[in-house]
Design a protein around this ligand. Structure first.
Ligand SMILES: *Cc1c(COP(=O)(O)O)cnc(C)c1O
Length: 731
């Protein structure tokens, strides 16, 4: 088993600090990013999935001693390790000045079923996890005392492979925890710290892994222990795998186990943040511990529990909220409600939308709304939709008085902005642009960046995306056993001089992944135009049970083979953070066309803004707030699909939206892109890139988002006031 100590022992003296860097994901958004690890062995770095512990573990002694005598390399290691030390030791970061009541002794505990920190820690499926990862990173940068609580899945989320018929096949890959940047939490005797829960009439033990995310510690529960029943060892096997039973068992582990883990670790949070309803059982365990401690009744301490808990909801459709049948609740909680001093009826009422209905299932969102002091959606529109959806819990209130507010999501720009663009911002906006990104003034100087300068950088990133796409597609074709000419043809996919659209997200029918192909002839004319062609890169998984989603992927795979537009359409298998980064950094246009209002926020389009890509999206989620138009209704910082025409007739809505999308492409997007000077620089297009950067960047980042959570949710009554929001990114 690799530990930070064994790794340090293995490294030659001048490289020992690499071990500290490898065990803190801070490196992934530091100014150096990946290069220290990549330099060890670029091929191996690729093979091991960008895992810093694995690359150091597998590096040969010859290679390490070679690096250990390169003065330049040693200097870089030392400089970065010193930066990390300063970052970790900083005395009074922003949050400590604004909200001192959230102290390191009483941190915020942030619960989530998935965390998307980095591709080498594959315990995320999509938007929720990436948001949680970005939340922790910005909390760290702003100095908000916070710990994360989640599950460490032995096999994570399913991996995607498409067969020769274009049909998605799912498979799983083992995570080898002992070769990942994870530390097993141990007591003073050197034994793993464990907690116990009763699940399915058996005692299940879980151990706790620590992943360091800058100043934030992320604790991950793991039931894969020898002393558990073989079935229980798989409780933390898969993210969102299995049936309702697995689901409830995992949510017991996350909520109840999470609170017990905090106690076992000696952590007493001042705020429990339930990120989505999955963790809502934690409110029950907080109550149970308080009842045990104080001897009071549930109803006496209920208000105290609510005072400590806050909730963020992410799902705008009723069916997206977890509910469990009363049968299932009986079998998992019959032993538990007596410990709260509650009867079965009283207990089940906590999760019932309507009281007195014996068939009403137990809703996790309902429980969270009942037991939390605040609740919020993740965009303005989503707040509105949520108030309408949950009005039923507050029958004596008008819809607009339902106590669900909103804090619009953002992205951790230091993770998602390409170094090449970051470097440009450093030159023109100031070295400290990323610590002051919430201030609109920081972005005013974007206009001073010469068009040629931003354009060549953008083009290089597009070429990187194309290189990545070709390599991935080639490998997929090889794995599928396609003919050699098809495999070789992957080297000709896409062209850096062609207008490039990106579309990557889960292939749920409501996201309409093939809306652009709705009118085949028109789509062919747009993509296949000889003078002004268009190309598109797709990526995304369909949920394993989602047949319609899989059919959408299959149709897109057909398009990839269409002889009239060969090399203009590509689909990258197995979407993950790495492919996501390449996409958001390299596209000209980011396309998003969900059925409104089903996208709670969306964040991938925000990542695109920081990199100079332009959004073309339905006015849903965050884009409702980001999009700006001139007096004639023409977009000035991007494009709006379908404008404000809404109907409940899906077929009609699809027609309206696809028409609008075709018209935008034909009349605005394509002409603007190909309006280039003699050197191929599209000045008017670049004007729009800059408008997008300037208007969106100060708003849709997690520094602003975390500041909102601090002042409105974690420590209400505090305000940013005289303390401009300032991230610590020590250079
Ligand atoms: C950003 C991101 C997401 C979330 O994007 P949406 O806009 O919400 O679809 C999902 N997966 C990956 C890999 C991402 O990087």
């Amino acid at each position: 088993m690799t530990t930070i100590e064994t790794l340090r022992a293995k490294l030659p003296f001048p490289l020992k600090r690499l071990a500290d860097l490898a065990y803190n994901y801070w490196w992934s958004w530091s100014c150096d990013r990946t290069s220290l690890f990549q330099n060890i062995n670029p091929d191996e770095w690729q093979r091991c999935g960008h895992n810093p512990v694995a690359i150091l573990e597998s590096a040969s002694y010859v290679r390490l001693t070679q690096l250990a005598k390169e003065p330049a390399y040693i200097k870089r290691v030392k400089a970065l390790a010193d930066q990390l030390d300063r970052y970790l030791a900083e005395k009074s970061p922003w949050a400590s000045r604004v909200a001192p009541q959230i102290s390191p002794e009483r941190p915020v505990a942030y619960f989530c079923a998935e965390f998307g920190i980095h591709e080498s820690l594959p315990i995320y499926s999509g938007g929720l996890g990436i948001l949680a990862g970005d939340h922790l990173k910005s909390a760290s940068d702003l100095g908000v005392p916070m710990v994360g609580i989640g599950l460490m899945y032995r096999q994570g989320y399913f991996r995607q492979r498409l067969n020769r018929g274009g049909w998605q096949e799912d498979y799983y890959v083992d995570n080898h925890f002992d070769q990942m940047p994870l530390e097993l939490m141990k007591n003073q005797q050197g034994e793993p710290i464990t907690i116990e829960m009763e699940i399915r009439q058996r005692i299940v033990k879980a151990q706790i892994w620590l992943a360091r995310v800058g100043r934030v510690k992320l604790y991950l529960l793991d039931s894969d222990r020898h002393d558990n029943d073989p079935i229980d060892r798989w409780l933390t096997g898969h993210l969102y795998g299995g049936n309702q039973e697995t689901r409830i068992a995992q949510e017991v582990m996350l909520g109840i186990g999470g609170v017990r883990a905090l106690k076992a670790l000696g952590i007493t949070p001042s705020v429990y943040h339930l990120n989505e309803g999955h963790a809502a059982f934690c409110t029950l365990e907080i109550a149970r511990q308080e009842i045990q401690r104080s001897g009071k009744s549930f109803y006496d301490i209920e208000a105290d529990v609510r005072e400590a808990c806050v909730f963020t909801t992410h799902t705008p459709v009723p069916a997206g909220h977890d509910v469990f049948s009363s049968d299932l609740m009986d079998s998992y909680f019959a032993h538990y409600w007596p410990t709260l001093g509650l009867s079965r009826e009283q207990f089940l009422a906590l999760g019932a939308r309507r009281l007195g209905d014996p068939w009403e299932p137990f809703g996790m969102t309902v429980l969270a709304l009942r037991m939390c002091r605040t609740a919020n959606g993740v965009s303005e529109l989503h707040g509105e939709v949520s108030r309408k959806m949950w009005n039923i819990l507050y029958p004596d209130r008008k819809e607009d008085k339902v106590p669900i507010a909103h804090i619009t999501n953002g992205v951790h720009a230091r993770t998602w902005t390409a170094p090449l663009i970051s470097d440009l911002y450093s030159q023109y906006l100031g070295e400290d642009w990323s610590t002051r990104m919430v201030d609109p003034k920081t972005w005013e100087k974007v206009d001073e960046i010469p068009d040629e300068e931003i354009w060549w950088r953008h083009q290089v990133l597009k070429e990187r995306l194309i290189a990545h796409t070709r390599a991935k597609v080639k490998m997929s074709r090889q794995n599928r056993g396609e003919e050699q000419f098809r495999i070789d043809a992957a080297d000709k996919l896409l062209d850096p001089n062609v207008l490039t659209i990106g579309f990557a997200r889960r292939f749920s029918p409501y996201k309409r992944g093939d809306l652009l192909m709705r009118d085949a002839e028109r789509a062919l004319r747009i993509f296949g135009n000889l003078e002004k062609p268009v190309q598109i890169v797709f990526a995304g998984k369909a949920h394993p049970a989602d047949e319609e989603g899989k059919r959408i992927i299959q149709r897109l795979m057909e398009w990839c083979k269409h002889p009239d537009i060969l090399n203009r359409v590509a689909l990258v298998e197995d979407y993950d953070i790495y492919t996501g980064q390449k996409l958001v950094q390299g596209v000209d246009v980011w396309l998003n066309n969900p059925r409104r209002p089903l996208e709670a926020s969306g964040t991938s389009g925000q990542k695109v803004c920081f990199n100079g890509g332009i959004n073309c999206s339905v006015l849903d989620g965050w884009w409702c707030e980001g999009y700006q138009a001139d007096a004639n209704g023409k977009g000035t910082n991007g494009w709006a699909i379908g404008e404000d025409a809404h109907t409940s007739d899906q077929e009609l809505q699809d027609r309206i939206d696809s028409e609008s999308l075709y018209r935008l492409l034909e009349e605005e997007i394509v002409p603007l892109y190909y309006d280039q000077d003699e050197n191929g620089v599209p000045h008017r297009w670049i004007g729009m890139m800059k408008a997008s950067i300037k208007t969106n960047s100060p708003l849709f980042n997690t520094d602003r988002m975390i500041a909102d959570y601090v002042t409105q949710v974690y420590a209400p009554g505090t305000s940013v006031g005289a303390e401009p929001i300032m991230a610590s990114v020590l250079a």
